[in-house]
Design a protein. Structure first.
Lengths: 564, 235, 181
């Protein structure tokens, strides 16, 4: 059975690309039925790989190889219903598929769907999303460059190379209003133009795929499902800023992403879409992959650069910014995975069209990883400006098991917890900042009445203390002290005086730390103190934990003293 | 290179645009507290004591790594800065085990001087009392980790001035520690040239000469500037 | 003259610490990166994936080959939490401690493992059968709490599931123990 078609030719012009796409589409069309099995992390953890094999075996045993094609696909988003199988021509999504379901699913291809496995893909979870970055909806074999080309891939790159000057690409980005998707929301076009304007013999483009925020897995999904699109976005960026060398810095914790990107680089090079003389033009762009080794601070751009240079991930004071002096002292453009993935629709669809999505200051869509105490855990993409309430209660389906919503945590360890009364706030860079939180890379963790907010603050502080690089004093020592204070509070040993001290330490660490890790570390404490001070007081004064985390509800949280 | 004019603490002055705020201020007798900074080796920017306010910037800037620019208005003293500096020095005291009365550097210690300059009269943060060791395996010197403030002056001087790079920081965060070679006893280090530069560069009594008793260790790292100038002339 | 300077001057490869054929894998990674100092992290990755951990011999070999000071190599190896300086158990169990997993009780899983097996994060069982590790975030938040058992991600973990896996590994070691006549 031929489950994959491989082309073996160099692609050097938009016409050739269009031909390859047409051939691939024709090849796909000979199959009457196509089925995709999600190969995302969640689905794989419940044996979607075996489901794929079972479906393929079923087709073989029924000798239907010439009419049915079962391919591995990308993340469908609703990880809570894993493993997922899609049948696009019937517009069906099967959930919680077992190996024993293979026969029925294949049989149903021409007829009536398998009702008991149907996932309602007309529910709010699906219809309220706006997929721009994940527009292929996982219906693409992530490892097939042919599939990607058939879906329009690399046309943006060749369009940029043939129809745009580098300056025009930068202008298009500026017009689109795209802002960095890594957290701080710096205007992407401005960053590109700064790098492009530097005078240097060599410039670099780096893709920051060191997605370290706990509770965030959007970049992982984008890299695993659309590796070619991220590379295409990087190549367009390289053309725009005049770089000939690029790096993808990926966490070692993401082995599948590493594998897919490595293969994608090799594949794109083979077809002349990366490497030397891309599209037969005088544009060279070599990409290499670099592995992180478990240091959250490497998400900070100067630390990431020193890690690529082979050293410890220690941040350096800015200025100079990497845009002027970055990797090996050369001007360096660093953007996040999702930012690069957004470049492709901007170039292919035009900046005006892109800028119609979102709010006046926050354009486009953003992917979020919904998790915690929520019905529909998974990956979603919504226009910026969507309200938190819509996100959590409509798309997310609300809080399960009869629990009551308490807070949603955004922005990772530098973010904050947003309570019920602010749920009508919209998701955009400014509003989240006003609420003492942060866009971050897109983790959204929902907490219910069984989560203790002091415990949550302690969790984040423990994270920051363990991930502090140790270079600057306030972050190195301050986070350790703050963690100890929070620990004492959760054990009923805190005092009101100490709470005041904790607040003043927050101020010192926030304003004196060298990099974003230390500057953001106090945020979870500050935001929980702002919205949930009552819980702190319950621990300190009442020696109880209202959520029943530090001790069962109603019990004293202090450790029993020795009877002797 | 260009000459720029700027204002520090209300005083008009000029400096070269490749100079940092710290040095321009010092040339004009304005002292900004520092611990990790040492003339003659590269800047580190880790102690955060030299943070200053720059008009028009919401963030504080470390004077040792911030270049001066035309029209810059800098303020090096304020109640807020003084408070931050005090807390940072307090943090250093709680991080290690500093007992001045029995320290070889008593009365000759930059950390001690800093606390008196900042008028610190007590430590309000809880002491952490870490379990740290003393390495007396070297023939000439002793490293007492209890007194180390991780300023990395020894690391930089050993790497940049001596070229041996015997010292480095292992681990990270609050677990950071100074190590020689592959974390072996200093005396067994194959890279150490016993030049003693780290001893002179160390701001506290963490690295000192064998045989010195409490209060007897006096350090002087001025030779570094001379070395750096000689090197620059040769290259 | 130290090994380092000799190698630097002649620009020849430093001799591998032993006849073990696996060193050639490490040497190949260094060659691929032109034996540049920037290859340090990639090289340490290759040592760890080949030998399981980084010992002093390996660190010294890498330091000399790439002409990087020993303390700098040690600093990098201890800075990144992925690198291990001690041998690991035959199997390994990684529990994710990301936010979503924490909210859903991953800390309680670790507590339970400690109670039942006396293992804390970073520990290896005395029979060397398995090591217990924690991860910052596996990016598998949709199926929290998650863990990795010998490279395989499992989600929605509960104590019985974890324990049955760990018990299997322990039982495996008892089977292999030489039986007394």
């Amino acid at each position: 059975m031929m489950i994959d078609r491989k082309i073996n030719q160099q692609i050097s012009s938009p016409e050739e690309l269009a031909n390859v796409a047409a051939e691939q589409l024709a090849w796909q069309a000979q199959y009457q039925h196509r089925v995709f099995v999600c190969m995302g992390t969640a689905c794989q953890s419940v044996q979607s790989g075996a489901v794929l094999t079972a479906l393929q075996a079923e087709i073989k045993s029924k000798a239907r190889e010439n009419e049915c094609l079962v391919s591995p696909g990308g993340c469908q988003g609703n990880c809570a219903s894993a493993p997922l199988v899609s049948v696009p021509e019937q517009d069906l999504l099967y959930q919680k598929v077992q190996l024993s379901d293979a026969e029925e699913i294949i049989e149903a291809l021409a007829g009536k769907p398998v009702g008991r496995l149907l996932c309602d893909n007309k529910s709010d979870f699906f219809t309220m999303q706006n997929r721009v970055v994940t527009n292929h909806r996982g219906l693409l074999n992530p490892e097939s460059i042919e599939d990607y080309i058939a879906a329009g891939g690399f046309s943006a790159l060749l369009k940029a190379l043939t129809d745009f000057t580098p300056e025009a690409v930068v202008q298009e980005l500026q017009k689109s209003g795209l802002r960095g998707r890594g957290g701080a929301g710096y205007p992407t076009g401005l960053k590109w133009s700064t790098v492009a304007k530097t005078r240097a013999e060599q410039r670099y483009v780096i893709c920051n795929a060191d997605e370290g925020d706990p509770g965030a897995f959007m970049n992982r999904s984008v890299l695993e499902d659309y590796p070619f699109r991220v590379l295409e976005g990087m190549a367009i960026a390289a053309y725009a800023v005049g770089a000939s060398k690029g790096y993808v810095y990926v966490r070692a914790e993401y082995p599948l992403a590493v594998e897919r990107v490595t293969k994608a680089i090799r594949n794109a090079e083979k077809h002349g879409l990366l490497g030397n003389k891309i599209g037969s033009m005088s544009f060279d762009f070599q990409v290499e992959i670099r592995l992180g080794a478990g240091a959250f601070v490497c998400g900070e751009e100067t630390a990431l650069i020193s890690s690529i240079e082979g050293g410890k991930g220690l941040p350096c004071p800015r200025p100079p910014y990497p845009a002027e002096s970055g990797l090996w002292g050369m001007p360096t453009l660093i953007n996040n995975v999702e930012t690069f993935a957004n470049v492709v629709p901007i170039i292919s669809g035009g900046a005006e069209k892109y800028a119609t999505i979102g709010t006046p200051t926050s354009k486009g869509t953003k992917t979020f990883a919904l998790s915690g105490s929520i019905m529909n855990t998974g990956l979603v993409e919504v226009p910026l400006g969507t309200s938190l309430r819509k996100m959590i209660f409509d798309i997310g389906g609300g809080v399960p098991d009869g629990h009551k919503f308490k807070a949603v945590q955004t922005g990772g360890p530098a973010g904050g917890c947003i309570p019920e009364e602010h749920l009508d706030a919209t998701i955009d860079y400014e509003t989240l900042m006003e609420l003492g939180s942060f866009m971050g890379s897109g983790g959204m963790i929902v907490m219910d009445d069984s989560s203790c907010m002091v415990d949550v603050a302690k969790f984040f502080m423990q994270f920051c203390a363990a991930e502090s690089c140790g270079k600057c004093v306030p972050c190195r020592v301050g986070t350790a002290h703050m963690h100890d204070m929070l620990d004492r509070i959760t054990k009923g040993e805190g005092t009101m005086e100490e709470l005041g001290q904790l607040e003043s330490l927050c101020d010192v660490v926030k304003f004196t730390s060298l990099c974003g890790l230390g500057q953001g570390a106090p945020n979870p404490v500050l935001s929980t103190l702002r919205f949930f001070k009552g819980e702190y007081l319950a621990h300190i004064v009442g020696h109880t934990c209202p959520a029943g985390v530090c001790a069962p509800v109603g019990q004293d949280i202090r450790r029993p003293t020795c009877a002797l | 290179m260009r000459v720029v004019t700027l204002k520090i603490n209300g005083q008009e002055m000029s400096g070269r645009d490749d100079e940092d705020i710290l040095h321009v201020a010092r040339e004009h007798d304005i002292e900004i507290p520092t611990l990790c900074q040492l003339d003659g080796i590269s800047e580190w920017g880790g102690c955060r004591l030299c943070l200053v306010e720059i008009e028009g910037s919401a963030k504080l800037s470390a004077a040792c790594v911030t270049k001066v620019s035309e029209g810059m208005v800098v303020n090096t003293e304020s109640e807020r800065l003084a408070g931050y500096r005090k807390t940072i020095v307090e943090m250093l005291f709680t991080e290690g085990n500093h007992v001045c009365s029995v320290c070889v550097s008593n009365n000759n210690c930059e950390l001690q001087d800093m606390s008196s300059d900042l008028k610190i009269d007590h430590i309000s943060l809880p002491y952490r009392y870490p379990l740290r060791t003393v390495d007396a395996s070297h023939d000439l010197f002793i490293f007492d980790a209890n007194r180390c403030i991780l300023c990395t002056r020894c690391v930089r001087v050993c790497d940049e001035a001596e070229g041996a790079h015997t010292w480095d920081i292992a681990g990270r965060g609050i677990q950071s520690q100074l190590v020689s070679d592959l974390h072996q006893p200093w005396g067994e280090s194959t890279s150490c040239t016993s030049c003693g530069k780290c001893v002179e560069a160390c701001p506290t009594g963490a690295i000192f000469e064998k045989g010195k008793a409490a209060g007897e260790m006096v350090k002087d790292a001025k030779f570094l500037v001379y070395l750096a100038e000689m090197k620059a002339e040769k290259s | 003259m130290s090994v380092r300077t000799r190698a630097a001057r002649k620009n020849v490869a430093v001799k591998a610490p032993s006849d073990d054929k696996r060193w050639s894998i490490v040497a190949a990674v260094m060659r691929k990166h032109g034996s540049a100092q920037s290859a340090l992290i990639e090289t340490l990755h290759s040592v760890q994936s080949t030998f399981g951990y980084l010992d002093d011999t390996a660190l010294a070999f890498v330091a000399h080959s790439l002409r990087i000071p020993l303390s700098k190599v040690y600093g990098v190896a201890t800075f990144y939490s992925h690198f291990r300086l001690k041998p690991q158990g035959k199997h390994n169990c990684v529990i994710c401690m990301g936010t979503a997993c924490y909210i859903k009780g991953s800390a309680r899983l670790l507590q339970r493992i400690d109670q039942k097996y006396g293992l804390k994060v970073g520990d290896t069982t005395r029979d060397n059968q398995f090591s217990l590790l924690e991860a910052r975030c596996l990016g598998a938040c949709g199926i929290a709490p998650a863990g990795i058992f010998d490279g395989r991600v499992l989600g929605n973990l509960a104590s019985p599931l974890v324990e049955s896996q760990l018990d299997n590994w322990l039982a495996e070691s008892q089977q292999n123990e030489p039986k007394l006549p």
